[in-house]
Design a protein around this ligand. Structure first.
Ligand code: 0L1
Length: 253
């Protein structure tokens, strides 16, 4: 796929998000492979940066066995976070800014040093200084949530927003109980759903950043992946509690 074609697809996804008007699966009209999809994602990020947004981190997707099985994949995917997606802990979120937003409970890691994915000696966990509970807002830009893996990657893995709770020094986050509550529903699970343990997701991130040439800078955050199925984000308070880590909330209006 040529560079202008990739840019055209990035523009269509950007416009879909701006106008809150979903688009059909790109796979209906284009034959994209995973390399093309990441190139569209990169072009989409370029459009955001050209509009003044600053990169704040990365997010992982398809980190649970259930989601991998649902999508028929065995590889995690990565998307990019920017400052425009950040929501303060407890802050209001205007839901009219999304198409069909959903919330996912996540563990957030904060990088205190840059990570060099090409250095075989890199210990990514040693580059993390803090951990926090987080809510990711995902908002697929595709009609009726009908998408392929390459569609999702091109669409920046549905990344649309995130809220991070209080940071604390890195602690053991394996096998911690997780509860996501919205005004209408509740999902309970464990951080074990995140590739067995959130730290495994961090190690997997290193490999994917090496393959996809994605830089990881000091100060950036990593959302390690969803610990339960996503719930529709509706008006009112949504909270994510992770045992030993605390709570983060946001308020949809
Ligand atoms: O966050 C994720 O798991 C990435 C893919 C989400 C796709 C979606 O359900 O919109």
């Amino acid at each position: 796929m040529s560079t202008p074609d990739r840019l055209e697809l990035a523009l269509s996804l950007r416009t879909a998000a701006h106008l809150r008007t979903p688009v059909p699966s790109l796979a209906d009209t284009h034959s994209l492979d995973l390399d093309d999809a990441y190139a569209v994602q990169e072009a989409l990020l370029g459009l955001r940066q050209a509009g003044g947004e600053r990169l704040t981190g990365v997010k992982l997707g398809f980190t649970s066995k259930a989601k991998m099985a649902q999508m028929g994949v065995c590889e995690i995917i990565v998307g990019r976070l920017t400052d425009a997606m950040r929501v303060g802990d407890g802050a209001e979120v205007d839901l009219s800014g999304f198409i069909h937003p959903r919330a996912e409970p996540e563990v957030a890691f904060r990088l205190s040093r840059p990570v060099d994915p090409d250095d075989p000696a890199t210990d990514i966990a040693a580059c993390v200084d803090a951990v926090a509970p987080a809510i990711e807002i995902i908002d697929s830009r595709y009609q009726d949530f009908r998408f392929t893996v390459t569609d999702v990657v091109a669409d920046n893995t549905s990344a649309a927003g995130y809220a991070v709770g209080p940071w604390r020094p890195l602690t053991d986050v394996a096998n911690k109980a997780v509860r996501l509550r919205t005004p209408q529903a509740e999902a309970v699970g464990s951080t074990a759903a995140i590739l067995g343990a959130p730290l495994h997701a961090l190690h997997a991130l290193l490999g994917i950043c090496r393959r996809r040439r994605i830089p990881l800078a000091a100060g950036q955050i990593v959302l390690a992946g969803a610990a339960t199925a996503a719930l529709p984000l509706t008006p009112g308070v949504t909270s994510c509690d992770i045992a030993g880590l605390g709570t983060v909330t946001l308020k949809g209006r």
